[in-house]
Write a protein of this length. Structure first.
Length: 181
């Protein structure tokens, strides 16, 4: 079952956290990268990445990419099947695995039985997740520049202490959504 879109409460997150739900940032969060139409560029990038791993950009894979681009939030396989009932469940599993291997799709692990899938962050924009441990809904949010700088400072400090080199970061806040609290 798809979660309802609602603005996350920033209670308990601290006064410095300004979150903007991804759904409020506009319907098309895909980057164009080359200055062209976002969907054409997204399809070209997906085709290139699939080709690099010896796979083709089939009609079903294009459908999955389009669904994830339009959704505004990570989708579970049941979500995808409810939006596109003509797709075979086994094909959806198989194609998502191929898209993930090619770096087109990323899996978001949640607290329920269903992983969610979304476009890889470099194809959309940098964002984080609010994950409800009660119902499993995943809400995208974009942290304020101040919060991102704070996270970058924390990562730098951790790198200095451990010698670990971070390539990127993702913040998944796990708690209880407004609908379940």
């Amino acid at each position: 079952m798809r979660g309802r879109r609602r603005a996350p409460s920033d209670a308990g997150l601290g006064k410095d956290v300004a979150v903007t739900p991804a759904a409020e940032q506009g319907p098309d969060r895909t980057r164009t990268g080359r200055g062209g139409d976002a969907s054409v560029d997204l399809h070209m990038t997906a085709a290139e990445r699939l080709g690099a791993v010896g796979q083709r950009f089939t009609t079903q894979r294009r459908t999955l990419v389009d669904l994830l681009a339009e959704s505004g939030q990570p989708l579970s396989i049941p979500d995808i099947l409810s939006l596109q009932p003509a797709l075979a469940q086994s094909s959806v599993y198989r194609n998502l695995a191929v898209l993930e291997q090619a770096g087109v799709v990323r899996r978001v692990v949640t607290m329920d039985d269903f992983a969610r899938h979304e476009l890889a962050e470099d194809l959309t924009e940098h964002h984080h997740h609010l994950i409800c441990s009660a119902c499993g809904v995943v809400e995208d949010f974009t942290a304020s520049p101040h919060v991102e700088r704070s996270v970058a400072r924390a990562i730098s400090e951790i790198s200095d202490l451990t010698g670990f080199t971070s390539q990127h970061h993702r913040l998944d806040l796990i708690g209880v959504c407004q609908g379940c609290s």
